[in-house]
Design a protein around this ligand. Structure first.
Ligand SMILES: [Zn+2]
Length: 398
């Protein structure tokens, strides 16, 4: 009930277009000025697919169909709950929503419940470690499971388990640990073709934890970036071919909790994804959330699923492909950065400045341009090379 009142207060006080303009440029979308348009933040938009209805204060994307009001928008960007979005907007626009304080009484109750569950969790932890110890080595012939058992503790659970765990008995499981290494639960390994959501225990485990984070931390610190993939099969493949700085988000969306977990270790994130539109939406949402909280994002699009590339290629080749692509993706970012600098210099040159200053700026401009040209040639050559071998591979395999 209360939430409805706060929601109304915010919607009346904050203009949607103001908030959207914090993240993307908006243009007049109709003669009357009732609609505005801009680049959609929730898919890889090359046009201006995001429409904002100024009178109704609703946004909608023509392509990915993401829509809602100003609170939905903040929720989608930040990846937080409705209440947090309201609080954030109130803070940004200095809206005195004093009653918001009362809301904490509800959270107080939650906290009490949490302390009860803490007692329960000690007992649970023992059971968890019991299951972990009894995870047996997978007997199938696929060599990647040998690695998975060693690297990620993947194993088959016993067929007889306490009642609470009956739905994860006799299955291939990934143990999930938090950053300190404390066991948090188990996710079923999804290797087959069926796309159903994997079984896990506790139920909300994948909502709260990134898979493989604990096993990846050393490698993340060493490489100073992390690969983010979207299912546990891809996680396994990445770790097997040597990219142990990979974590998986097994939920459809990267939540605020996931973001906080990841950014505790690193702020450079390479998001691996395939280019279907709904996967783009997920990717862009994740990117928006990550960069909202200060991360540097790199996109790694794949023309087909990692698992199918893995099927058709030698491990060494796939490793080369990923390593080389990553290198080029980082260089692309550097090029973007240099372009940005050029733009800034151009702006400065247009402003009134002294002759000496102008000379200095021109010299700087020249140097950067030279760098950009060099980079462009290098990138084009290398991408072409990589793409060529890629094409040949596909031909051979088909
Ligand atoms: Zn869109």
């Amino acid at each position: 009930m209360k939430m409805k009142i706060y929601r109304q207060q915010i919607i009346e006080a904050v203009r949607l277009e103001d908030v959207v303009q914090r993240y993307t440029n908006l243009y007049r979308g109709s003669k009357s000025g009732k609609t505005k348009r801009g680049k959609c933040l929730f898919h890889k938009d090359r046009g201006n697919a995001l429409r904002i209805n100024v009178t109704e204060q609703i946004y909608e994307c023509d392509v990915c169909k993401e829509r809602g009001d100003v609170i939905h928008f903040v929720q989608a960007i930040v990846g937080c709950k409705e209440f947090d979005a309201i609080r954030m907007l109130a803070e940004w626009y200095h809206i005195p929503v004093e009653q918001l304080e009362n809301f904490t009484s509800d959270t107080e109750e939650k906290r009490k419940k949490e302390s009860v569950s803490r007692l329960f969790s000690i007992h649970q932890e023992r059971e968890f470690y019991f299951i972990l110890r009894s995870l047996s080595f997978c007997q199938c012939n696929n060599p990647i499971f040998v690695y998975a058992h060693k690297l990620l503790e993947l194993g088959v659970s016993p067929t007889v388990l306490p009642d609470t765990y009956s739905h994860i008995s006799g299955r291939m499981l990934f143990p999930v640990r938090n950053g300190e290494g404390v066991l948090q639960g188990f996710v079923q390994y999804m290797g087959g073709k069926d796309q159903k959501r994997s079984v896990c225990y506790p139920k909300d485990l994948v909502n709260r934890h990134l898979l493989g984070l604990y096993h990846a931390t050393d490698s993340i610190k060493k490489c100073r970036f992390v690969y983010l993939v979207w299912n546990n099969k891809d996680l396994l493949i990445m770790h097997t071919i040597g990219f142990t700085n990979t974590v998986a988000c097994c939920e459809e969306e990267l939540t605020f909790v996931h973001v906080r977990q990841l950014l505790y270790y690193i702020n450079q994130v390479v998001i691996v994804y395939t280019e279907e539109i709904y996967k783009q939406v997920r990717t862009m949402k994740a990117a928006a959330r990550l960069s909202f909280h200060g991360a540097e994002i790199y996109y790694f699009p794949l023309s087909q699923k990692l698992s199918s590339i893995f099927l058709h290629r030698q491990t060494k080749e796939l490793e080369y492909f990923i390593r080389q692509s990553t290198r080029l993706i980082f260089l692309e970012k550097m090029k973007d950065y240099l372009f940005l600098q050029l733009e800034k210099i151009e702006l400065l040159l247009n402003e009134i400045c002294s002759f000496e200053e102008k000379l200095e700026l021109r010299a700087k401009q020249f140097l950067i341009r030279k760098k950009v040209d060099k980079l462009s040639i290098l990138l084009e050559k290398n991408w072409q090379c990589l793409y060529k071998t890629n094409q040949e591979e596909v031909k051979l395999s088909s």
